[in-house]
Design a binder for this molecule. Structure first.
Ligand code: MUC
Ligand code: MG
Length: 376
């Protein structure tokens, strides 16, 4: 009996701090370690599923920290799910929503572990539980964020040489606009003609700065500008999007279904970055994508520097979207000094490949997880 076999017996959470190969800078933070929660869900049939929730520099990119996620899973989300059948994924999401408002990253980490456990129980890859894969590989985007123009050019060239990434994202907004734009110009000049380049401002500019500097980004033939203005400034964002000759991508501004509806209706962007940590579950990510796609918005597979565990959760979900026009930036496995799995995601031909096998299709490396787990 599937209901009884997949009843949730135990949910445990570890905080992981995994070093990165270089500093990663955003408009309001800089990180040299990735903070994750690693979630293990044990079912009555003895199967364990694994999930991961990522943060960027504590509760700075969004409001959740690893400490808050662990506390809220232990005290609220896990008790709401113990004894419930893991195969009822939608019910699990409803129960988690009743137990805690928002907490989208924590919920998505638990949801990922449930999907992994059910996939392993049924012997099917996670994407089958989400509608089935439309694609099994994704154009891969690498993020440049050291802030040092010479280093960034070298890093980009190395990624191209290895055949891993030939599309790039550059982080803006942590220096004054002119300094940022000089970095961008140096990169543009060094990369092959026509290279896809996304500029992510992480809410760092005002409307006035957008009016002044978006035309410069357009002159540099940037492909896409991501979240230039603070999330929630819908009217200003809509004005900026309307006057911009470049497509604007919504990131921090769209987390919930109602935000997807509001921002799409207000036309604050024509591309949307999807991330499990924003939407709370794989099924919610698909609903958010559906709402935005109905308004003509194109899709981009976002990340928060997940290891191969979290990245696999995303790829299985992204695989099932009818359209994913912009590929994915899941590069986390390649920025970690040591990935958290024994079999890292495959990057080849400038694409990242959907892992095969039951569940997420990745195997946690428990030695490394123990090594990087916070001890308290
Ligand atoms: C973000 O805002 O997109 C993803 C890649 C990266 O460099 O930062 C993150 C978050
Ligand atoms: Mg972003």
């Amino acid at each position: 009996d599937l209901m009884r076999d997949t009843a949730i017996r135990q949910i445990s959470v570890r905080i992981i701090e995994a070093p990165t190969t270089r500093k990663h800078r955003l408009s309001n933070t800089s990180v040299s370690h990735q903070g994750y929660v690693f979630v293990e869900v044990l079912l009555e049939n003895g199967v364990t599923g694994y999930g991961e929730g990522s943060t960027l520099g504590g509760p700075r990119w969004a409001e959740e920290s690893v400490e808050a996620m662990k506390a809220n899973i232990d005290a609220y989300l896990a008790p709401a799910l113990i004894g419930q059948p893991a195969c009822n994924l939608e019910s699990a999401t409803i129960l988690m929503d009743k137990a805690a408002k928002r907490n989208f990253t924590a919920k998505s980490a638990v949801d990922m572990a449930l999907i992994d456990a059910i996939g392993k129980t049924l012997g099917v890859p996670a994407h089958v539980l989400l509608g089935g894969a439309v694609r099994t590989r994704f154009d891969a985007i690498w993020a440049l964020a050291s802030g040092d123009a010479v280093q960034e050019v070298e890093e980009a060239q190395k990624m191209i040489e290895r055949g891993w990434f030939n599309r790039f994202k550059i982080k803006l907004g942590f220096a004054d606009p002119q300094t940022d734009l000089n970095r961008l110009a140096a990169l543009k000049a060094a990369l092959p003609e026509g290279t896809m380049l996304v500029a992510d401002v992480n809410q760092g500019w005002s409307e006035a700065e957008c009016i002044r500097y978006l035309p410069v980004l357009a002159e540099l033939a940037v492909s896409l500008v991501e979240q230039p203005i603070a999330a929630g400034q819908t009217e200003a964002s809509a004005r900026v999007a309307q006057r911009s000759s470049l497509p604007i991508m919504m990131d921090e501004s769209v987390s919930t279904l109602s935000e997807a509806a509001r921002e799409t209706a207000a036309a604050t962007g024509s591309v949307l970055s999807l991330k499990l940590c924003k939407h709370g579950s794989a099924h919610n990510l698909k609903r958010v994508a559906g709402i935005a796609a109905a308004g003509g918005v194109q899709m981009y597979g976002g990340c928060l520097l997940e290891s191969s565990i979290g990245a696999a959760g995303h790829l299985h979900t992204f695989a099932t979207l009818p359209k994913l026009e912009w590929g994915t930036e899941h590069f986390g496995p390649k920025i970690l000094v040591e990935d958290l799995v024994t079999d890292s995601l495959r990057y080849e031909g400038f694409q990242v490949h959907l892992p095969e096998g039951p569940g997420l299709g990745v195997t946690p490396d428990f030695d490394r997880i123990a090594k990087y787990a916070r001890k308290d």
